[in-house]
Design a protein. Sequence first.
Length: 239
Amino acid sequence: MGPTATTARLVVDRRFNGPLASANGGYACGLVARHVDGPAEVTLRRPVPLGVALDAERHGDGRVTLHHEGELLAEGEPALPLDIEPPHRPSVAEAREAARGAWAGRPAEFADCFVCAPDRPDGLGLHFGALPSRPDMNGALLIADATLPSRDGVLAPEIAWAALDCPSYTPPLWSRERPSLLARMTAEALAPIALGEPVVAVGWTLGSEGRKHHSATALLAADGTLLARSRALWIELRG
């Protein structure tokens, strides 16, 4: 540890899995981002394990690294504000309709994801599906309740990052032979997310390059106000 670094001990509760044996990528990124000032970019180097002690180290230049038993898991750093806007802002009714047609062909790796699995009684309930009016985009509805990490009626930042994660797995990825995993996420919070209020999640593609897929997500209030936004890099697994 450098002379200007500070450390914190973290544990990802097993509730917050993405793949069956590791943390939801957005949640893990959000935990790292809590130690970064302002908008943050977080790169996942390895799956983040569940239920074990992790060491977050904040360096003098504002970077944050996450380790487990000396192995680097993730790196975070300050980012510029994002310059992205959803090409379509669905209503609460549109998001609910998309959720009714939630993506049925999800890979087995994501079958029990805290964020988007349809059968998790303790999950976030963000069942995303293609928007009827824009089938190239995802839509989902989030209504956060008091069972989720929060403070003073406001959703915890790492849960907001988790909500931004899964809807960025956009329809162009659904038909690929192999699943993709989140590799990098850049996110910016613009307003608090209140418990009990309907929040629309919308995801859209930014293009692909071979095994790499770029996408974006926004969280919107019922009146369309932008609450948070993110840009994601997904990488398709090798055969």
